[in-house]
Write a protein that binds this ligand. Sequence first.
Ligand SMILES: [Zn+2]
Ligand SMILES: [Zn+2]
Ligand SMILES: [Zn+2]
Length: 756
Amino acid sequence: MTAKRLRVHVDGIVQGVGFRPFVHGLAREFGVSGWVRNTGEGVDIEAEAVDLDGFLTALRARTPALARIDTVTLAALEPLGDKGFVIQLSAATGGRRTLVSPDTATCADCLAELADPADRRYRYPFVNCTNCGPRFTIVTGVPYDRAATTMADFAMCAPCRQEYDDPTDRRFHAQPTCCPACGPRLSLLDRAGTTLPGDPLLAAAARLRDGAIVAVKGLGGYHLAVDAADESAVARLRGRKHREDKPFAVLVPDLAAARALCAVDETEAALLSGSRRPIVLLDRRPDAALAPSVAPGNRYVGLLLPYTPLHHLLIEAVGRPIVLTSGNVSDEPIAYTDADAGDRLGGIADAFLVHDRPIHMRTDDSVARVVTGRAQPVRRSRGYAPEPLRLPVECSRPVLAVGAELKSTFCLARGRHAFVSHHIGDLANYETFRSFTEGIEHFGRLFDVVPEVVAHDLHPEYLSTKYALDLPDVDLVGVQHHHAHIASCLADNGVSEPVVGVAFDGTGFGTDGTLWGGEILVADLASFQRVGHLAPVPLPGGAAAIRAPWRMAAAYLQAAYGDDIPVGLAVEGRNAATWTTVLAMAARAVNAPLTTSAGRLFDAVAALVGVRDEVNYEGQAAIELEQRADPAQRGAYPLSSSGGVLAGTDLIRAVVDDLRRGIAVPVIAARFHRGLAAATVRAAVDAASTAGLDTVALSGGVFQNVTLLTLVIDGLQAEGLRVLTHEQVPCNDGGISLGQAAVAAALPAYDSGTGR
Ligand SMILES: [Zn+2]
Ligand SMILES: [Zn+2]
Ligand SMILES: [Zn+2]
């Protein structure tokens, strides 16, 4: 019976997540001697026993909740005959390459303490442990220990220190460990910043019940809260925020409360109550007790469950659902510093529920939904970032991918790891652009990535492109926008072989200088070929046409009928003042770039049928058109194609014919969706058979349309094709940076400094 000794190196998210105590416990259980310690690049273990199989199997099978093992490498050593197993605290503790985990919802153990009158953390709004609590939002630098978090100024009291130092304790090396005696504290302030008397939490809850708007400092920024059933309060919030139609998210205490407002299936319940806690878009019940202004004209409502002890205590004290929406005005980024919140939210909130733990990284709530039984991200942020995604190919050199412009994210990659940033927002805003550049620097330090290759969009006017082009001493890789969408979907699914890619979105810069957006590609990670697209139409007024869908209706009518547009259409009547000017603009191609955008086709139809002439937020016309579509309708408009070019005008003519016959809008909306879906399936099937491929990847923001997505998936599967959709990053431009990084990783290595 000779003993064996192994050096076990574990890579992944293995620091700050209770991994060493876990290994310590396993070693005791399996009679293993040796040690465990953090290194600069993960965790090292030396393990000695006659039989190490059980220990090694359990290491992978029973990984702690927040840990994620990427690789385990083994090397044989000479047995030392040591006794016992120790956690070594020396070595390169908390090294540069460790993976910071996302912020994680309060765990069951901590909730039990929160509710236990005998516990020293009873009702303490900042209870956390190794298995839960703030991480990404409080980390200021590396190595990851308390000094490099916003908890640095809170000196641990003796009982907390004892827990923190005890390898068998749930709080062993949990950096945000604290208690009422030594940790952050709540206060309630009025608009002038004066502290209000009484228990801050109970006083805030009382104000919410009275219809006040309360700013709440959360994990990644400030939220604005208001009673979700009080129409006058919600309408007041909407007015003060200048947010005309965009839906508000609603915080509910538990799943039962969620089910009282919305239909919630098992997958949705798991998503709502899981450790990441995104806002989940759900079908609202007709009788849901929600103020109409929460989500005007919307069949869906975004619900979330509490994810910090503060939110648990607050919603319990209020006793009913509350709106919890980003603390900002209009489209500005969410406020996250106390000074900023005071300045920007002073005109909106009646009171401020704040605390003295600084937020280092501004991070919005994530948004997800379930489609065909699977969770799909709409916005990937708090609870998800900065967990690395695995690239299907390895980067030979460190990569920065700067993303697009709207719904901006960036991505840093080295080896097989892709660190996609939290949601940054619309880069056109100066403050957002600053978050973008500071975020890139922060991620670079945190994950030890010094980019040598920088991937960017081809659009010369995107601030992200300009930023990339200004970076010194890097090799640049320009990635076409829709190729990036398809590459993103491939990377999301761990696929690197060629596929047919359907990329439908608003607009993206094409290789021919026109604005693409209704594209059929044959693509792998390194290259693509455009094999089909919607027929181009003018975008009269450029960006003005994106804000005013009726302009797209005019452009499409002219493309369909030339000078013989049917008279008496309501859309013309509603926009008579500028109708002929816009038509002339389109006809003469003055300030009217050509576009093949699928999003603009939805806009045209939405305006034609009177759903929406102008939008207040991106994608609004398409979203409202989808909501009007009658799910029982089985008809579909024809859409012809020739040489891979799809005649969108066929759909326009069919819509006009039905309008003039007096067919109801929900029927027209459904026939339009079904016609476009059928044509998309046909085009993809043709492309697949020509190219000898059996897989189709669907990406681009238009596939947030569940009706279209479901019809296309069903159609392709019925033809025997494998369908790839997004599960880890959004199909919208929030996923572009991952795609760009995957393209850069897949390109053949070239000599440094030569460019491309
Ligand atoms: Zn916990
Ligand atoms: Zn303490
Ligand atoms: Zn796009």
